[in-house]
Design a protein around this ligand. Structure first.
Ligand code: SME
Length: 160
């Protein structure tokens, strides 16, 4: 059993430090990527408040395919360049979208989603997956969230 307990009073910096530490501990010694992504999605869901979806899309044969996640059942395949996830994967850059309804081509998997943060996971300079966080609050994510999830993506890139 894992007993990671996020402290509700901690700062965002502390939260992402603890999340990254827990992520490192959970993937250490396990080489099954699906198992690791499943645990990482659960950790993000547990540590990061005010989300309605959190998980992975994997790059397979040039398109994004749904991976382990927490939240409602979601779109399975996303073409490169489509939606927020497809933009992150095509550009290899984090997409921080304060209002998804103002993002051209946003793919609404859960009608409750209002803002979104998508971070590419890079291995040997190539995008192998994206980490997608959705929130029902407009403007939920800021640069600290982006840096925190980017640190997580860098840490787990060789474990998924
Ligand atoms: N909204 C995303 C699609 C994935 S779901 O949010 C889980 C997008 O526009 O890429």
């Amino acid at each position: 059993m894992y007993a990671f307990e996020p402290d509700p009073n901690q700062s965002k910096t502390e939260l992402y430090r603890d999340l990254t530490e827990a992520a490192g501990a959970i993937v250490a010694g396990e080489r099954d990527g699906i198992a690791n992504m499943a645990n990482l999605a659960a950790l993000i869901w547990q540590f990061v408040p005010r989300l309605n979806w959190a998980g992975f899309y994997r790059m397979i044969d040039g398109e994004l395919v749904l991976g382990p996640f927490q939240g409602k059942a979601a779109c399975i395949r996303i073409a490169l360049g489509q939606g927020v996830c497809g933009a992150a994967a095509a550009r290899g850059e984090t997409q921080l979208v304060p209002d998804v309804h103002a993002f051209p081509g946003h793919i609404a998997c859960d009608a409750a989603s209002a803002s979104e943060l998508v971070v590419p996971v890079l291995r040997d300079g190539r995008v192998i997956a994206v980490i997608d966080l959705d929130s029902p609050e407009i403007g939920r994510f800021d640069a600290d969230d982006a840096r925190g999830i980017e640190a997580l993506a860098a840490l787990i890139a060789s474990s998924i």
